[in-house]
Design a protein around this ligand. Sequence first.
Ligand code: SAM
Length: 216
Amino acid sequence: MPDFEAARRAMVDGQLRGRGMLTDRVLDAMRRVPRHAFVPGELDVYAYADSPLPIGEHQTISQPFVVALMTQAAAPSQSARVLEIGTGSGYGAAVLAELASHVDTIERIDTLALHARRVLAELGYTQIDVHIGDGTLGLPDHAPFDAIVVTASGPTVPDVLARQLAIGGRLVIPVGLDPDYQRLVRVTRRSDAVFDRDDLGGVQFVPLIGAHGWSC
Ligand code: SAM
């Protein structure tokens, strides 16, 4: 049995702290979440590697540094209500839940959503609700959100999601037309109609498929 605790400490100290961009609050959250519980059993020895990994259905669990970076950009406070789009394995939702008060997460592929729901329940994440459906529509009945994190890349920032932010809330999403390269964008809602936009750098994500994303 691999020493997952030691591997996780090495991941945080080497890959994450070593890049010098992350706060202690985010590093502590990354230290608490057992990533090996979210990857397929045969890949658990690679769970703390500096890379994404396949989780089935042609989808991936994102690279740990990217999860940490998106979490930091979303900056959830302890009382925050967060929406994640693209549950995948459930790992990103768990990291967000370490910092926020409640996380709603939406996955379009039901087998992934059901698996993530089971893993999150087994780990005791009672503050996370996993929904099945098209996350590009958001969750209007649960809005507004203090932070929205989209873990798949769309052609544009969906306006419908930006409008589900609370005033001061942040939407973090990879955007671009190239399947191999997108820009990570943060949209901050300054007032009812004013949205600021920051470019956080280059990334590569699987496509966001839905009514306000790609069509297939
Ligand atoms: N946060 C995930 C994790 O920690 O494992 C990473 C997930 S993966 C990079 C992106 C996920 O977004 C995939 O599981 C994919 O099925 C999902 N996805 C793509 N379009 C979606 C949509 N419109 N609504 C919900 N999920 C979507």
